[in-house]
Write a protein that binds this ligand. Sequence first.
Ligand code: MN
Length: 201
Amino acid sequence: MGNYTLPDMPYDYAALEPAITGEILELHHAKHHAAYVKGANDTLERLAEARDKSEYGGLVGLEKTFAFHLSGHVLHSIFWENLSPDGGDRPDGELRAAIDEHFGSFEALQKQLSTATSTVQGSGWGVLAWEPLSRRLIVEQIYDHHGNVGLNTTPVLVFDAWEHAYYLQYRNVRPDYVDKLWGLVNWDDVSRRFAEASKVH
Ligand code: MN
């Protein structure tokens, strides 16, 4: 039995059109995200086999593979919920106040996160995250699903910058796709994640 499961989408595949086509969203969820879930489960099984046999010759590769797939599963699970056909506009309340305090303005956050997402070299993510040591929001530019991350941060808003997220529709113009993402952001979901993260840490 698997330890991780593919979550249902919170909306239909075509619900985010025209910003993101139903074709992209279906492939992204049913193929790419599903592959990360399977990869995490398969790697856990191989780690269990390694323990059973006490054969750890492949451990370095297994640990790397597990981190990749688990992080892919986590980020995509957040990504679907961060977006909504009714999204867009701007955050308010405590999240808005924290953004103003930690970035200067919503526009400054928008520019930094857009740039972080648009300029990832190769595959990766732009992420707004809660950083508990300094108790502030930060932007992270993640490589693959897990590189370049400050440990112990909690993602609250994630933008997928992998080519599979936009290439069928936006071709090589990643910044146009990122601009459209802002019109889909479900700020209620981001606010809930921010409130929970800043309450725990
Ligand atoms: Mn993706």
